[in-house]
Design a binder for this molecule. Structure first.
Ligand code: SF4
Ligand code: MG
Length: 323
């Protein structure tokens, strides 16, 4: 299967003034990632780790410092300048807040028809047929087309946003915290809907969340991000059965257990350091229970555990020692 998203050594740095000093904020600091058609990659990390900046670069909204982002074989920064409509057909995004991203004065029909018209579907019978078909795909009745977004619940509104994103048939769908604003009781419905649509339409799916529990049930692979870097990446089953990085281990330990909600949870020590002042060496070292001298200097390369098709790799000195 072809790679729909290919990211190579991507860096997104900002120059920031702190008092009298100029500093470099390395929001994305050398990331490699790829997603194939029909595959879901879960990208997990705490807020401020650079996940949304990375999403912005994939959408072509955030300037790249170095490295590359390709969607459907197209270099994104080039595509955004030369053919923004083609870029928008290749990749679409679903955001956290379905209310803020829908115009309350427009009917659902108008919200879905507008992108179609923008992409050159002029025939009104075809527009109407595709709107109704897309609504059915997200589990909504044709009558919903006549109503306005505010008449719907949060979950229904997110279905409308998903329909609007998919109606132009993108090859990649980027979902940034798509269920974080929704009631816990309906999160699973939206996650299942995204999975069904991914399989039915054969799209590549990037699921971004601060909550490993959200991506657990839907991802083929998981990438764990910490302060601008991917610290661990592997197949879903490998990440959950033998997480290699102490940060991933702490994230897994902090997923609430629905059967024992009051059980004491293993919490991460302290806060994530500011990306403006990352500690030297492994950025996780101030919070890591296993940190030793070597962790406080230099760079940690990614160690690959199972090379080949199903690779599992992590940036941690413990893996080098285990070899
Ligand atoms: Fe902990 Fe050191 Fe591994 Fe970083 S490199 S996660 S500080 S053991
Ligand atoms: Mg974010």
């Amino acid at each position: 299967t072809a790679e729909v998203l290919t990211i190579r050594d991507l860096r997104i740095h900002y120059s920031v003034r702190e008092g009298f000093r100029k500093k470099t904020l390395k929001a994305v600091n050398g990331i490699d990632l790829s997603i194939k058609a029909g595959e879901c990659l879960g990208l997990v990390g705490e807020s401020g780790c650079g996940k949304s900046t990375l999403a912005g670069a994939i959408m072509g909204l955030v300037p790249i410092t170095s490295g590359s982002v390709h969607v459907a074989g197209q270099d994104v920064p080039t595509a955004v300048k030369s053919d923004p409509l083609a870029q928008a057909r290749n990749v679409q995004m679903v955001f956290q807040d379905p209310f803020a991203s829908l115009n309350p004065r427009r009917s659902v029909r108008e919200a879905l028809a507008a992108p179609l018209r923008l992409h050159g579907v002029k025939d009104s019978a075809e527009v109407e047929a595709r709107v109704i078909d897309m609504l059915a795909k997200v589990g909504m009745k044709p009558e919903a087309a006549d109503r306005r977004p505010h008449e719907f619940s949060g979950g229904q509104r997110q279905r409308i946003c998903i329909a609007r994103a998919l109606i132009v048939k993108p090859k990649l769908l980027v979902c940034d915290e798509p269920v974080s604003a929704l009631d816990v009781s309906i999160r699973a419905q939206i996650i299942n809907l995204l999975l069904e649509l991914k399989d039915e339409l054969g799209i590549a799916l990037l699921m971004i969340s601060h909550d490993l529990g959200v991506v657990e049930h839907m991802s083929d692979r998981i990438a764990v991000m910490y302060l601008g870097r991917i610290v661990e990446e592997g197949a879903w089953s490998d990440i959950f059965t033998h997480p290699l990085h102490p940060y991933t281990q702490a994230l897994i330990a902090s997923i609430p257990d629905p059967l024992a909600p009051t059980a004491r949870q293993c919490r991460m020590q302290g806060e994530a350091p500011s990306p403006l002042n990352p500690p030297p060496g492994c950025a996780f070292n101030p919070r890591c229970p296993s940190a030793f001298d070597k962790c406080r200097v230099g760079d940690i390369p990614p160690f690959t555990i199972s090379p080949g098709d199903r690779f599992h790799r992590a940036r941690c000195h413990l893996l080098e020692q285990a070899k």
